[in-house]
Design a protein around this ligand. Structure first.
Ligand code: GDP
Ligand code: MG
Ligand code: ZN
Length: 285
């Protein structure tokens, strides 16, 4: 039968089948030789041996894999952003959105701590900006529980990873989505053995999707091989009508993006972040 690797602890995968039954599995040498390292998020065929135990008989083809955190077949990421307390960086937010595009995964934006918003106008501006571009944006508060149900119930499938700056509210959101799970928090001090919050990447089942709990991973890593991908991640500029199809929107003649910026149709901050990303890429090349 088929299942999903939801946890990989000391090289032993825990596999959950479609009907929600979990098996602690063994890997045969042949599987290791043929497939290399198995990852959380891999789909596998298993054959039960004892109650709750099984052997992995095949690893199904993997669509994609993240390196840090090590997860296969990620569908999307929640880019978690706190406007204040701490003050989030829109540059980092845009970078994460570009990263999602590069990795070929979906991205949705979560604006956390709406209960602390002292300036609703700037919060509304950020929400409107990204919604207009075409992103799903979820304003939430785990204190008032505002927005959490809407976020969870929206149609979505596959494995979703929480990314964002430290303190943005990722763990708190995971707890609000899955109140019965022990979610890894940074301040673990004297938690007894057996009750210990996980140190391993694991997948937690919600009604519609799997949420990746990724303790200890704050950054996502990838390398950009083509500046065009950065440009394509700025969806709002698509079809702007620059004279050259390959226009980088820097100093080319008849650039409709720069014209749109001057006319206030495009967001200047996004453009500035685009230029920063482009420069960083050219430097690292
Ligand atoms: N007032 C308020 N505080 C929050 C909210 N979400 C998270 N926090 C607080 O923000 C801090 C950082 O949250 P945490 O979930 O650990 O952030 P992480 O580093 O992204 O995992 C903690 O002190 C949380 O209690 C929220 O919706 N409202
Ligand atoms: Mg955390
Ligand atoms: Zn242009």
């Amino acid at each position: 039968m088929e299942g999903l690797v939801v946890l990989l602890e000391a090289n032993r995968p825990t596999v959950e089948t479609l009907d929600g039954v979990r098996y602690l599995c063994y890997l045969r040498g042949k599987i290791k030789r043929d497939h290399g390292r198995i990852l959380v998020g891999d789909h596998v065929e298993i054959s039960p041996t004892d109650p709750g135990e099984a052997i992995v008989t095949a690893v199904l083809p993997r669509r994609s894999a993240l390196v840090r955190p090590p997860i296969a077949n990620v569908s999307g990421m929640f880019v978690v952003f706190s406007l204040n307390h701490p003050k989030g960086s829109l540059e980092l937010l845009d970078k994460r959105l570009v990263l999602a595009q590069i990795m070929g995964v979906e991205a949705e934006i979560v604006i956390t701590k709406t209960d602390l918003a002292e300036d609703n106008a700037s919060q509304d501006r950020v929400i409107a900006l990204y919604r207009q571009i075409g992103y799903r944006v979820w304003p939430v508060s785990v204190v008032t529980e505002h927005g959490v149900t809407d976020l969870v119930q929206a149609p979505r499938e596959g494995v979703w990873v929480l990314v964002g700056e430290s303190g943005a509210g990722k763990s708190s959101l995971a707890k609000a989505i899955l109140p019965h799970e022990a979610i890894a928090v940074q301040e673990l001090s004297r938690i007894g053995r057996g009750q210990q919050t996980t140190r391993w990447v694991r997948l937690l089942r919600t009604r519609q999707f799997w949420l990746a709990d990724t303790p200890g991973y704050t950054a996502l890593e990838t390398t950009v091989k083509d500046t065009a991908v950065i440009r394509q991640a700025f969806w709002e500029w698509e079809g702007a009508g620059c004279r050259f199809a390959s226009c980088c929107h820097l100093d080319e003649p008849d650039c409709a993006v720069r014209a749109g910026l001057a006319a206030g149709r495009f967001d200047q901050g996004r453009y500035d972040h685009y230029k920063i990303m482009l420069e960083q890429w050219l430097k690292s090349y």
